[in-house]
Design a protein around this ligand. Structure first.
Ligand code: SF4
Ligand code: SF4
Length: 470
């Protein structure tokens, strides 16, 4: 039997809630009011949100701008094969890498679900099939080469124009943040991945790169944040190399979007600096600042529609834009009582605290946020032993669901209105058994059988449903 599709009727769900017969549109307890989802949209002319997503002035995760220090992203452990050496030492990490290689050899040799040759090659085929640029491919004509003036529009016109272009290039979510005295502090001093060249802000009009630096012009700039969803069917095979394939595939899509955006802006007479999806600054920070979601317990961003299965990418441009505001859909507050991701985490790396903290547990985190932090070394140890993929936290998250089921819209609109049902909704999610089970652990011989079923699915292009809102 295909285990990808779990169905629960709306009637049964409402019965479970004790709301059978009440129906949507009826006032419930504690002032929580359920509306039709299309009933009200936010006032913003740029992004239309349903009523249960509020635009706010500050991200829901508290930030102390004075306490934020310039961060060297070479200290980031997640997904890095070299950074863990800084913390775990050479002898210990060499052992982890040797064990990981032995695991892969055995699982691959025995055709274990998620680690067969076709799973492995799929993950490799989508990685490395694209090229990142700091200033862009540079092939599009420029206003100078055409002998015409550059594009001039109001920030509002520019914002709509760039959003439309980015959507055509493949973006699902687009947000803008102005670089000011505070948000400049979030820019990395060094990149997360190679080529390792220092980010330097100089008094020049145009960004450029040399053998040892990426130069950012000291001019008015805006951060363009883009998010693209990953295939939920791939993530439900976690941990497996099919999950890795989905992540790498979306990085490839993001790189393609960045290349197109660089050419588009260059052609209009503006600049667009990027480098790679993980370059310039931490994605969750600018995604949250620009309203693409809320930072959650596992330090990623959850979008109210797509959940946590999003890949983000940032670019810097001098095209004047209207910043988009952070949002509050009750997600951050939900995380305080949920902890599902921490419960399924095989490494115990995720915090189970009931309240976020200002104290960071290691140099892989930057200071200045009241967050739930995690032990990046323990996470990376398990990810490495699983041959560079785990993401059980992401695929089991209460918000990582297909949105076609009305029941999830009911939950999300309630979560945004009142927190009193939050513990109950988490229990309900456990009960219905969506997402990835916690006991899939290949190092214990427990492989996820969905990895075999995945190859027989009829998937949409890129593995995700584009008919979602936004
Ligand atoms: S579930 Fe896996 S990827 Fe997530 S924090 Fe734990 S070890 Fe890391
Ligand atoms: S599983 Fe729960 S605690 Fe973890 S990120 Fe998702 S909503 Fe937050």
């Amino acid at each position: 039997m295909n285990s990808f599709h779990s169905t629960v009727s709306r009637r049964n769900f409402m019965k479970a809630l004790g709301l059978a017969g009440a129906g949507i549109g009826v006032s419930s307890v504690s002032g929580a009011v359920f509306h039709d989802l299309d009933e009200v949209t936010s006032e913003s002319s740029e992004v239309k949100h349903p009523w249960w997503i509020q635009e706010v002035d500050n991200p829901t995760l508290e930030v102390d701008w004075q306490a934020i220090g310039k961060f060297d992203a070479r200290k980031t452990v997640n997904g890095s094969s070299t950074a863990p050496y800084q913390y775990a030492g050479k002898e210990e990490w060499d052992k982890v890498l040797a064990e990981a290689a032995a695991n892969f050899k055995q699982w691959n040799g025995e055709n274990k679900p998620g680690w067969t040759l076709r799973d492995y090659i799929l993950s490799r085929a989508v990685g490395g099939a694209s090229t990142d640029f700091w200033v862009g491919p540079g092939k599009a004509p420029t206003p100078e080469s055409l002998g015409i003036p550059r594009w001039e529009g109001t920030p509002e016109e520019n914002s709509r124009m760039l959003r439309s272009a980015l959507k055509l290039f493949g973006a699902s979510l687009v947000g803008y943040t102005e670089l000011n005295e505070n948000t400049r502090k979030i820019l990395y001093s060094w990149p997360y991945n190679a080529p390792f060249k220092e980010y330097v802000i100089e008094d020049v009009d145009q960004g450029y790169e040399t053998a040892d630096k990426f130069v950012i012009p000291d001019r008015p700039l805006w951060v363009v944040s883009v998010m693209v969803p990953c295939s939920i069917e791939n993530f439900w095979t976690q941990p497996s190399l099919l999950g890795r394939a989905a992540t790498s595939n979306q990085s490839r899509v993001n790189t393609s979007i960045a290349n197109c955006a660089q050419e588009f802006l260059r052609g209009l007479g503006y600049q667009c600096l990027q480098g790679s999806a993980n370059s310039i600054a931490p994605g969750p920070a600018f995604s949250a600042l620009s309203g693409l979601g809320e930072v959650c317990r596992n330090t990623q961003v959850i979008n109210p529609y797509y959940g946590m299965l999003m890949r983000n990418m940032k670019m810097l441009t001098d095209l004047p834009l209207v910043p988009t505001k952070p949002i509050d859909a009750g997600i951050w507050r939900f995380c305080w009582s949920c902890r599902k991701c921490a419960e399924v985490c095989p490494s115990g790396a995720l915090s189970r605290d009931t309240e976020p903290s200002w104290e960071i547990p290691g140099a892989w985190h930057n200071t200045g946020k009241r967050a739930f932090y995690f032990d990046a070394i323990e996470c990376q140890r398990v990810r490495t032993l699983f041959y560079n993929e785990c993401a059980l936290c992401m695929s089991s998250c209460v918000f990582t669901k297909r949105d076609s089921a009305m029941i999830h819209e009911v939950i999300k609109s309630t979560v945004s209105t009142t927190s009193i049902f939050n513990p109950f909704f988490k229990t309900l999610d456990d009960f219905f058994g969506y997402g990835t089970r916690a006991d899939h652990n290949p190092t214990d011989g427990k492989y996820n059988p969905k990895s075999q079923e995945w190859w027989d699915l009829e998937l949409p292009a890129y593995g995700y449903d584009l008919n979602k809102p936004l």
